[in-house]
Design a protein around this ligand. Structure first.
Ligand SMILES: [Cu+2]
Length: 145
């Protein structure tokens, strides 16, 4: 009887310390790869490459850009054909000096070289209604590896 109690106590202690070690391990774990900075990102580049140019088609409407996120590679020449399907919007990417007005149903072509990797905000630059302030998209320039 005493032996049995001892056994269960010992087993219980072993279990406890195993659980404790696991907790310590997960608390001390660090991100394993540097690419985790891009982990919320769809790594698939957007659009099609034609010749030397990555061509992307984008629609703007209250209060979104579609696609909301575009992904390109560093060094690529990017050509965005953008159109508003409702009211007048703007398409701005501050860091790339882009600010284009999109009149309804009129395609505009925006060209730039994606020379700096990073994540940039695409924002509507023309007041377009109640949700204007939240009308944003994202440009992700993936580093060349
Ligand atoms: Cu707007």
């Amino acid at each position: 009887m005493v032996k049995k109690v001892f056994f269960f106590t010992a087993a219980f202690l072993v279990l406890l310390s195993a659980a404790g070690m696991q907790r310590l391990e997960s608390a001390g774990r660090r991100p394993e790869r540097e690419e985790e900075a891009y982990e919320d990102v769809n790594p698939q580049p957007t659009g099609e490459v034609s010749g030397e140019v990555r061509e992307i088609y984008m629609e703007a409407f209250q209060f979104e850009f579609d696609p909301a996120e575009i992904v390109v590679y560093e060094g690529e020449e990017v050509e965005i054909t953008a159109v508003s399907t409702d009211v007048t919007h703007g398409l701005g990417i501050d860091e790339y000096g882009i600010d284009i007005t999109l009149e309804p149903d009129q395609e505009e072509v925006i060209s730039f070289i994606a020379d700096e990797p990073g994540t940039y905000t695409i924002r509507c630059t023309v007041f377009c209604g109640a949700g204007h302030g939240d009308m944003q998209g994202k440009l992700i320039v993936l580093p060349e590896d």
